[in-house]
Write a protein that binds this ligand. Structure first.
Ligand code: SF4
Ligand code: SF4
Ligand code: SF4
Length: 315
């Protein structure tokens, strides 16, 4: 980790000092243990604030649509790069404005699970080899990193950045668990049980929209929930509005979601969100042979029209 971090810092210093980029988006240490926070680096004097750790969980591609007009260096995991590809396909960003500093990713660690399972307040955390070391006032614990990575990272099939300008570190062997096993488990439930899972989960939603803000593919200038003309949805926490919000957010990801899990990790209420988008991802893969963020060429399925489309669903 430290070697990769040092290489990232050296690369970034070179990019900024040669004027190849105006800003680099990476991570710095968060103010709490088990946290790294997005960092916008403009001055090489601050390069030593950049970190690379198992806590660099945000999908940094989400900022690309917000800082247009600058040349941006992006420190990018496999899922960040898939989002870059998806945004390029949707013509939201320009490839020649972005320098991708790709970093093969071992998976990010589920900090909430660690906090729940460790007794006592964690004051420090870091990785040593394959262990996550957490320390408090009167304890020091060692946890196996692989067992604590996020579910979205366990099912990730593209830890290696698919495109990049510079690659930091060696490529990893891709070793995902079955990608859609949560969807398969959900589909096995009766319709009543599926509905009660969905309604119980969404009943905790406070409509903070952190899931939307964390997602690189949610870039509309005005989201449907914020529109007052036309008004699609009420502002309150009535169950039908909350359910409508969650369903439409998921549907708007059709053929676009890269499965990074950033939405679920951002949710302060820990609502199960990704099974909905994973279900749509799997359907799009089966029906159209398309997965978001893997290829720059084919247009996303919902952006195209085929005269000979059989449209079996309306027969
Ligand atoms: S989804 Fe894949 S690339 Fe993204 S953080 Fe997890 S393991 Fe890394
Ligand atoms: S919907 Fe969630 S999993 Fe899909 S791209 Fe957005 S943040 Fe990632
Ligand atoms: S982040 Fe969670 S609580 Fe906030 S709007 Fe999204 S689902 Fe609801």
């Amino acid at each position: 980790m430290e070697e990769i971090q040092n290489k990232i810092r050296r690369e970034v210093v070179q990019l900024l000092s040669e004027g190849q980029v105006d800003v680099v988006i990476g991570f710095e240490q968060g103010s709490l243990p088990l946290r790294a926070t997005p960092f916008f680096l403009r001055d090489i004097a601050d390069a030593n604030r950049l970190v690379w750790s198992p806590f660099c969980e945000n999908n940094l591609a989400t900022y690309l649509t917000k800082i247009q007009g600058k040349r941006v260096g992006l420190i990018a995991k496999g899922c960040d790069v898939r989002s870059v590809v998806a945004l390029l396909v949707e013509k939201q960003i320009h490839r020649d404005h972005i320098v991708i500093i790709g970093v093969p990713c071992q998976g990010m660690v589920d900090r909430r699970r660690i906090e729940r399972e460790v007794d006592g307040e964690i004051l420090k955390a870091h990785q040593e080899g394959e262990e996550i070391i957490v320390e408090g006032r009167d304890f020091r614990k060692s946890l196996p990193r692989k067992e604590y990575i996020y579910p979205s990272c366990k099912r990730c099939e593209h830890r290696n950045p698919l495109i990049y300008d510079t690659l930091i570190g060696e490529k990893l062997v891709e070793e995902a668990e079955r990608a859609y096993h949560e969807v398969e488990a959900f589909e096995k439930l009766s319709p009543d049980k599926r509905w009660s899972h969905f309604s119980e989960e969404t009943s905790r939603c406070i409509r903070c929209y952190a899931c939307r803000q964390a997602c690189p593919m949610c870039y509309c200038a005005e989201c449907f929930v914020d529109s007052s003309f036309p008004k699609w949805i009420e502002k309150g926490l009535d169950p039908s509005d909350v359910q409508f919000w969650n369903i439409v957010r998921a549907y708007h990801q059709t053929g676009r979601c890269v499965g990074c899990g950033a939405c679920e990790r951002a949710c302060p209420m820990e609502i199960d969100l990704v099974y909905l988008t994973q279900k749509i991802n799997r359907d799009v893969k089966e029906l159209f042979g398309f997965e978001a963020g893997l290829d720059l060429d084919p247009p996303p399925p919902l952006s195209t029209y085929r005269v000979d489309d059989e449209q079996e669903f309306i027969k």
